[in-house]
Design a protein around this ligand. Structure first.
Ligand code: SF4
Ligand code: SF4
Length: 443
């Protein structure tokens, strides 16, 4: 029976325009710009210099700490420059630019065949080490280094692996296509994660608006002991870790705690595929599936893209920027970020590129709060968004901390629902930034 999480949630239009479009391999780019910080934690440290020759899969920057990740070249060619450029968020970040030699030469030892490798021969420690070497990070958007997630703090015991196949963000379809086209690899990846953390149970949660993916994985799962497919009612933001854990396990992660505190390790479908490829094929994270979509776009599509490919190239492949475009978003419409320019590289965390038309981005003028409490009713974290916005405006940082502003997952459900069109999330983000800074300084 389908289940869902118990607090809040909304039902935005799905607009899954590209759900029926098979994954297409994007043409090899003539150059890539690869940021050294594509993950949460310390930036990686470049180990190449201008003029160096690299192959696909060569390490070009090494993990800069425990919470960090290796970065690999996604094409073969020559390192052209290492410099600071504006990234998707509008901030300057160091990127390594590689000019392609057009040869697509890969490092030795990477299995590029389509053969599915089912036997898992590496030990748990070797799996975690391989995931670390291959630079795997959470590909659902959080970009937390996967090997760190698989190394629980002392005293915490994993009981179940949860695979996030929810993809509740409107428009995005990359994970849906991965489940349909790489279903068996996702199941082997799940078994690898189970072995890595020593658990006997895994649950793949998929929303009911992807019945073909539920059916496909349910047919395959019989060969994989301990793995269950759990259909979920359609409800945003079910892809949030805490919401998914509640939906699947009926356990609630307390304020400030991690999923492991209730015995759960959550990984996204795309990450699980990357884990399969790293462990069974020795393939570093050098490409990913990206949805390029929008109502006026000529060809919404799901592309297999080399990391570092310019987003403008992907948009051109889909027919170019439509005239009525007002915003280009990296990610989905609810949690994605508007880009200041489309000349930014695809990174490990780029799940989609959305071109929104003017009519979909118009904001109505904000009106006074009518105290209807709709924002409170839809907040999946049980917060009071109206008060959080008010206290941010009045700079009452103590009150904001006391009222758990740091628990906000920035899902945007409150702003979406507010009948007075109050920009709740915009203010809450500002409040979170300041309160987060105060907490860090205190520590
Ligand atoms: S954005 Fe934050 S405050 Fe608003 S509904 Fe989501 S979790 Fe609650
Ligand atoms: S939904 Fe909007 S109008 Fe209603 S209480 Fe919240 S902020 Fe006020």
């Amino acid at each position: 029976m389908a289940r869902t999480f118990r607090i809040g949630g909304i039902h935005p239009n799905a607009n899954k325009l590209s759900s029926g479009d098979p994954i297409v391999t994007s043409p090899l780019p003539s150059k890539v710009q690869i940021p050294i910080s594509q993950h949460i934690g310390a930036p990686a440290v470049p180990v190449v210099k201008r003029g160096d020759e690299v192959k696909v899969g060569s390490v070009i920057a090494k993990s800069g700490g425990f919470v960090s990740a290796n970065i690999h070249s996604s094409i073969s060619g020559k390192v052209q420059k290492i410099e600071d450029v504006v990234d998707a968020s509008g901030y300057k970040k160091t990127v390594i630019t590689i000019k392609s030699d057009g040869e697509d030469v890969w490092e030795e030892g990477i299995d590029r065949t389509e053969d599915i490798v089912r036997d898992i021969t590496l030990s748990a420690d070797e799996i975690v080490a391989r995931i670390n070497e291959c630079g795997i990070v959470g590909m659902g958007g959080a970009t937390f280094p996967t090997n760190v997630k698989l190394t629980p703090p002392k005293g915490m015991t994993p009981e179940v692996v949860i695979i996030n196949g929810v993809e509740c963000e409107p428009y995005l379809t990359a994970d849906h296509r991965v489940m349909l086209e790489k279903g068996e690899q996702v199941l082997i990846g799940t078994a690898i994660l189970m072995k890595a953390v020593g658990v006997k149970r895994a649950v793949i949660g998929i929303e009911e608006n992807k019945p073909d993916a539920i059916k496909h994985l349910s047919e395959l799962v019989g060969n994989y002991p301990g793995i269950e497919i759990q259909p979920l009612k359609v409800r945003y933001p079910q892809g949030g870790e805490k919401q998914l854990i509640d939906a699947v396990l009926r356990r609630q992660v307390k304020s400030g705690q991690l999923p492991i505190s209730v015995g759960a390790i959550v990984q996204n479908v795309g990450t699980t595929l990357a884990v399969y490829e790293a462990v069974q094929k020795n393939k570093p994270l050098i490409e990913r599936v990206v949805t390029v979509t929008g109502k006026s776009l000529q060809h919404p599509a799901n592309y297999l893209v080399r990391i570092g490919t310019s987003i403008s190239d992907l948009i051109s492949e889909s027919g170019g920027i439509p005239e009525d475009t007002a915003k280009v978003i990296s990610g989905g419409p609810m949690m994605g970020k508007a880009l200041v320019t489309d000349d930014v590289p695809t990174t490990k965390g780029t799940s989609g590129v959305l071109l929104l038309a003017k009519e979909d981005t118009k904001r109505k003028p904000m009106r006074n709060c009518i105290r209807c409490a709709k924002c409170v009713g839809v907040c999946p974290m049980g917060l009071n968004p109206a008060f959080l916005m008010r206290d941010t405006v009045f700079k009452d940082w103590d009150e904001l901390e006391k009222n758990h502003i740091m628990d906000c997952i920035e899902c945007g459900s409150c702003s979406y629902t507010c009948p007075a069109d109050r920009p709740l999330l915009d203010h809450i983000r500002q409040g979170k930034q300041t309160v987060g800074g105060i907490i860090r300084a205190r520590k």
